[in-house]
Write a protein that binds this ligand. Structure first.
Ligand SMILES: [Zn+2]
Length: 475
């Protein structure tokens, strides 16, 4: 059965027919040329102009429907690329093979791969709007970006000076009952502390602290979870030991679950002190961190850092800011500014410590960076920053947000929530490059995106599609 046949009796038919075509064209990040050609041909067949750029983005200009010629243009936006994940037993060449859609009642997924509902459903809804000549809408700028999933590179490279819209509807969210209205910006900051070591290796043991829950440094930074690297440094700092190395974490945007240190000292005394430390921490820990473990095992002789170097490493790791720094005053429960000590590594001549900084207020991100720099300098370190992405700041006045919320309640029969997210969205890039357009991010319910279990809920697609069309009609 073809993908089109799989969805032929499901609603909304026009959207799902296009979605089936998209699923049949491989479109993982970095491989979106063919799917962009499909979108360009589709748009041109329906009387629109479509212009691509070197980065792989596509901008489609859709004329206003009759009677809407004088209305202000509106931007509809989604991304062309998808994350390609599969189960171990599935054979597929993601560069060349189509996905196989599976319809299970009201749920759409793919055969043992990601579905690409994120964000193919946005592309399909926007193209269906372009094709439906019965709709009433202002002039539209449909913007399909590429490589969102690998660092929002398409949006970052897009020449936004060609865009005229002052309103932006981004369709890259996965929670139907929520209108997203702000997101965090962020950066990575790498701290380097120069190290010196003693000349002679000494008997040593390895201390490993693990069993912590960890989690995403954006969405789980406010859950009270312990940072393994910081905790281990805190445990070692008062002990009469010589530090040889301190390492922990796997990614700057994940809270470290495990850390280890090589130290020289009395192994029995270290074991006893750390066992007592672990008991104390466990007693106060959040439920997810109750499985904290600390082990001490012999290891090969190692060269300790000089006393001064070790004091600077432990002083910095325990003294640098970490975790939630500020909560939003506008949106209840939203973390506004945070940072995560993600990766610590000991090299031959330097200790590196990498942080992920986030804030939904651009100024606070910069202030936090300056605070981190000052702290690093106090311990003889330097900081380099990269991977900056801008915040989408909450605006109290948003006619688009109000219209969407009102329309949603009228069409669906229940209110939707207004939320901000402590992670990055392409809206942040457009917020900066288009000088703060009135923006919302919405989308139908999806589950387990970026996994082979990714599932799209078709009744939710019907509702969101209906609401978006009504909103366009009212603009
Ligand atoms: Zn997405």
């Amino acid at each position: 059965m073809t993908n089109r046949e799989t969805v032929q009796n499901a609603e909304p038919r026009d959207v799902l027919a296009i979605f089936a075509d998209l699923a049949s064209i491989p479109h993982g990040s970095g491989n979106t040329a063919k799917v962009r050609d499909y979108c360009r041909d589709f748009a041109e067949r329906h009387g629109c102009t479509a212009v691509g750029d070197d980065a792989g983005n596509l901008v489609i200009r859709v004329p206003a429907s009759a009677g809407y010629e004088g209305h202000a243009p509106v931007m509809l936006q989604g991304h062309l690329d998808m994350v390609c994940e599969k189960t171990a037993d599935k054979t597929i060449d993601f560069l060349n093979d189509p996905l196989t859609l599976v319809l299970d009642g009201d749920e759409l997924h793919a055969d043992r791969t990601t579905l690409g509902g994120d964000d193919g459903i946005a592309v399909a809804m926007i193209l269906a709007i372009i094709a439906d000549k019965s709709l009433a809408h202002p002039p539209l700028e449909a913007v399909f970006t590429t490589d969102e999933e690998t660092g929002m590179c398409g949006a970052a490279a897009l020449d936004c000076s060609v865009l005229k819209s002052r309103m932006l509807i981004n369709l890259d969210s996965e929670e139907e009952s929520t209108v997203w209205v702000a997101c965090a910006g962020g950066m990575r900051a790498d701290v380097t502390l120069p190290l010196t070591f003693e000349a002679e290796a000494r008997p040593a043991c390895r201390v490993t602290l693990g069993g912590l829950a960890g989690g995403h440094s954006g969405s789980e930074i406010d859950k009270g979870r312990q940072n393994a690297t910081r905790l281990l440094a805190t445990a070692l700092k008062p002990l009469p030991v010589r530090l040889c190395s301190l390492e922990g974490g796997l990614a700057d945007n994940a809270i470290p679950r495990e850390a280890s240190a090589v130290v020289c000292g009395d192994t029995e005394a270290i074991s006893a002190a750390l066992a007592a430390f672990a008991d104390e921490i466990r007693a106060d820990a959040c439920a997810e961190d109750k499985n904290l473990t600390v082990t001490v095992a012999p290891t090969a002789p190692a060269r300790p850092m000089t006393e001064d170097a070790a004091a600077r490493v432990l002083g910095f790791v325990t003294g640098a800011p970490n975790g939630v720094q500020a909560m939003s005053r506008d949106i209840e429960g939203l973390v506004q500014t945070s940072l995560n000590l993600g990766i610590a590594r000991t090299g031959d001549s330097a200790q590196t410590v990498s942080f992920s900084l986030r804030s939904s207020v651009g100024e606070e991100k910069e202030a936090l960076y300056r605070e981190l720099c000052a702290c690093a300098q106090a311990f003889g370190g330097t900081v380099s920053r990269y991977g900056d992405y801008p915040a989408w700041e909450y605006s109290e006045h948003s006619p688009l947000r109000e219209l969407y919320a009102r329309t949603y309640e009228r069409v669906v029969g229940r209110p939707c929530a207004v939320k901000a997210i402590h992670a990055g969205l392409e809206c942040g890039i457009f917020y900066e490059k288009m000088n703060a357009p009135d923006s919302i991010s919405v989308g139908p319910d999806m589950r387990d995106i970026h996994t082979p279990q990714e599932t799209l809920f078709l009744p939710s697609v019907r509702r969101v599609y209906a609401v978006v069309k009504e909103v366009l009609c009212a603009l």
